[in-house]
Design a protein around this ligand. Sequence first.
Ligand SMILES: Nc1nc2c(c(=O)[nH]1)N[C@@H](CNc1ccc(C(=O)N[C@@H](CCC(=O)N[C@@H](CCC(=O)N[C@@H](CCC(=O)O)C(=O)O)C(=O)O)C(=O)O)cc1)CN2
Ligand code: MET
Ligand SMILES: [Zn+2]
Length: 761
Amino acid sequence: MTGTIGSTVLGYPRIGPNRELKRALEKYWSAETDEADLRDVARKLRVDSWHALHNAGLDSVPGNTFSYYDQVLDTAVTVGAVPHRYRELGLNPLDTYFAMARGVESTPPLEMTKWFDTNYHYLVPEIGPDTAFSLSDRTAVEQFRESAELGITTRPVLVGPLTFLLLSKPDDDAPDGFRPLDRIDDLVDVYAALLAELRRAGAEWVQLDEPAFAADRTQAELDALRETYRQLGGLSERPKLLVAGYFGDLGDALKILISSPVDGVAVDLVTDPATVGALPTLTGLLDKTLVAGLVDGRNIWRTDLDKALATAAKLLGSAGELAVGTSCSLLHVPYDVEPEDIDPQVKSWLAFATQKVREVVTLGRALREGRDAVATDLAVARAAITDRATADRVRDSDVRSRVAALRPENSRRAEYPVRRDAQAAALALPPLPTTTIGSFPQTTDVRKARAQLRRGSIDEATYRRRMREEIERVIRLQEDLGLDVLVHGEPERGDMVQYFSEYLEGFASTHHGWVQSYGSRCVRPPILFGDVSRPEPMTVDWTTYAQGLTSKPVKGMLTGPVTILAWSFVRDDQPLGDTAQQVALAIRDEVRDLEAAGIRVVQVDEPALRELLPLRAARQQEYLDWAVESFRLATSGVTDGTQIHTHLCYSEFGDVIDAIVALDADVTSIEAARSRMEVLRDLSDVGYAKGIGPGVYDIHSPRVPESSEITELLRAALEAVPAERLWVNPDCGLKTRGYTEVGHALRNMLAATTRARATLS
Ligand SMILES: Nc1nc2c(c(=O)[nH]1)N[C@@H](CNc1ccc(C(=O)N[C@@H](CCC(=O)N[C@@H](CCC(=O)N[C@@H](CCC(=O)O)C(=O)O)C(=O)O)C(=O)O)cc1)CN2
Ligand code: MET
Ligand SMILES: [Zn+2]
């Protein structure tokens, strides 16, 4: 089918159905295996994916979707954007790549941040006026050849040049006002060279991903888009170009792309169904391929195939070729629902990557051969969709009446000064109170106990005993260090969202449903399929056990509604805000039960508050309103004397700074060490006047901070915040660290606090 795309997916998972890549990477990093072993595993994973996609009947199989760590990092290496500090290490290419991803003793890694509004993280390229762009790595070409040898003509996928630069940050040598996008012309030359090589290797199509245009862009950025694709489209030696925009509507960028000389455009009709109305009016589409993203690439629900076909019908005749695709890469969903032992009814509603590929193939055949050719598949899908829409277990009338009865006062607490005085009396804390963010190191023993419980090789009672031993050790360590507000350490939680989902009605869990979060790290997002409620307490036993061991206050530790939604696969049959209210009520029950059990401080974490922020400014306020409201609903059921903390991390907080104030927590702990406490001024500027715990050291690195560095940061903090409101804590939880370094780091933090207290009059 030369020339057409027919049916395709925009990308595919790469970690391996059984996390083979994770294990191979970790063995390589610990020097248990060598480069050849790692490359073997990688090749096998690629070959398996190509075969799976080809054999499933896709007309066009995406290539270059494999990565040892991250596709943005791959792009940086491809175009030669390797900062000097990594080149100078003198390592081989693979280890240079891993040094950029993970750092080495002498050199920290590139910064990592969230990929648009997903839970996937990419490495942030550093670009300056002197970055010497050149085609420096030919993996994309080699992998094209590798697939061609198997008889599969793949469609190499590259991060587009605009998105690459828009996600980059200026390097340290860049003068003020420099923007990575200033380098677009030089970068386009490298893409031109790569496209020519791919063409010579036999590539018919190349996919260039430009999701950055699903967010608001300036006129200059839109002009750069027009100019770039005018140039790339005009090259004499190139494959056909498919530009993919996803995670939202492309806005003005859509018209620009359609009037450019590229050969195809892929649009996300799941996140933005309204695009369907605009497309037929764009006449430039008549000589292009339109890949209609009809199958949700980032959620796990079975596609309503009838509805998708109705959408496609509206587009027939508006494009040169109408092809069917996923809304975005399938990187964000697990491989296969088949091996899961989820309740059969819920399972019949689900489609993971393997099932989504089949849906795309079915839709492609229906368009080409008519509905009758796939009548059975359509009937099965229709039955599942109807079953899900009418299933009793999706709706719980108690939950619905509880939500309906909510009043504004349910999400309002007393004025802060009243709470502050009541809490001061109840807690009697010293100035600059010290605490931690919740988790202590997850030791091998703790993880092993959990795995043994899952396998049934230890019983519930043995598991509880082992966790209690760990909690006791964490309490003793904190008392020994002299912390003021203690935590139980969260040993019982493999993951701060997954853990809660296992107690809540309305959620299902997977056993194998791993999704890459970054590098070798994976998460197993729970599936929120129905109305949410909390049949029984989730944390009260562990927390009261910890409180019983000490006279210091122990802080209860919960995950907030927004983060629970952000890190789950969420039902798509009602607004997210409605689901957030239900989750908030479940957390509210837990907060109140903790209070009733004598816990005087409760922290409700919302690290994903920024992540779910809509990409378009026009949609942000509505999100922030329900996000804030759900946090307040979760935390307003307590008396004035109970202190509510929240914790935020991984963010530039700028866009959500007003929302942080509106959460109305008594104490906010926030990542700050790496940005030298800048967030404190931003918060003061918008009137935040409650407790604040800026992280005084970065927990993402094994490095132990000197107490003098912490003293320095505390001094900076005290310039921005009065001592009465300042708390002292690390940047985030300690679960990825080891006990030795954590002991030293906290000791230094306490030493710095003692010195800072002495300077207060
Ligand atoms: N959901 C979520 N998203 C998030 C974060 C987060 O904490 N949670 N943090 C940020 C990302 N940071 C992350 C940091 C670390 C890991 C991470 O370490 N993940 C672990 C898995 C964590 C987990 O769920 N552990 C479980 C299951 C562990 C496991 O793999 N078990 C094996 C068996 C192991 C054995 O037999 O010893 C299996 O099930 O196959 C547990 O401890 O109980 C990994 O990749 O290895 C993930 C994300 C943003 N997004
Ligand atoms: C990603 S935020 C983590 C907060 C959690 N309480 C912890 O300490 O692990
Ligand atoms: Zn955190």
